[in-house]
Design a protein around this ligand. Sequence first.
Ligand code: SMG
Ligand code: MG
Length: 374
Amino acid sequence: MRIRRVQLHTLALPLVTPFTTSFSTQTERRVLVMELKAAIDGHEVTGWAECGALSEPVYSSEYTEGVIDVVARHLLPRLVAAGAVGPLTAETVSEHLEKVVGHRMAKAMLETAVLDAQLRAAGLSFKDYLGVTRDRVPSGVSVGIQDSIPRLLDTVAAYLDEGYQRIKLKIQPGWDIEPVRAVREAHPRVPLQVDANAAYTLVDAAHLARLDAFDLLLIEQPLGEDDMRQHAELAKRMSTPMCLDESVVSATAAADAIQTGAAQVINIKPSRVGGYLEARRIHDIARAHGVAVWCGGMLETGIGRAANAALAGLPGFTLTGDISASGRFYKEDITEPFVLVDGHIMIPDAPGLAAVPDPARLEAATVASVDLPL
Ligand code: SMG
Ligand code: MG
């Protein structure tokens, strides 16, 4: 593969309703989309990818403007230099970028764009590349922190009416026991879980253990990203299964989390771990240890949603993921929208990671574009 042209588009997509977590309220998604043109065996192909990074470094240390900078100055030049001296494939991208510390979401975007181009040139769907045999995945929804419990109950009821198979409630100190109790009382049998986005410390262990009364599937990332040992300690003090999100930044971290008892369940987000290939490695490690995984979300447009749906078709994804319909966040997606079909999202089977943006919708959503020097 020869890389011919790389553009980074910054999109501003308004959210249908504000999304509040313990770290911020999002009213629009500023998302970075990569358009990579390459020549592969005489074919000119375009690879697409989106970046999981938010516009501010509040979920992880990465953020949109920082991603643009590191891709332009450090990642793309290394990839272009490697491609000039040897074969460039998606499977070699992470090795070429290995000397750059961190910046996993930026690396993930680049690897994904290369993989998309490679699969399109080969006429292979991501689903077939992964060896996925299912054609749909159950769809769960992540419910932000609301102004009041009645409003939360209305929101949850509306999602259940749409067919969502599992509810995840965002929690934070002051918005935890009572909202969870209210939802559980209203829906005694609905699969329910909570996500704190690192809002607590181990000092809160006794308080968090009160959530054990509500038959939750799991509690996601109650403590800080670096608090692996504290999560293992908290896991001993609660019966609700411990799930890690932010802390699992790589397959190595996943193995540590499993080995130390910090995680009984893992949320796999390809962007957070450096790409879909590392995400598959984490799936494989977890499956070998009998640890369930599920696919998380970063408010993806159809570009990332398509790839996430295929990944979540792997057999170790035994829990329902945060792969909701496009309409959960966006009035208009930039690709053909993903819709709920009987509470499921269909896995695309077109060549590539599928879901190419509609040119007019992409242009309408774009607030800035840069052509990166090669
Ligand atoms: O894409 O459905 C989605 C969002 C799911 O809650 C979600 N993501 O910590 O898991 C998480 C959050 C991170 C993004 S919050 C802006
Ligand atoms: Mg999370």
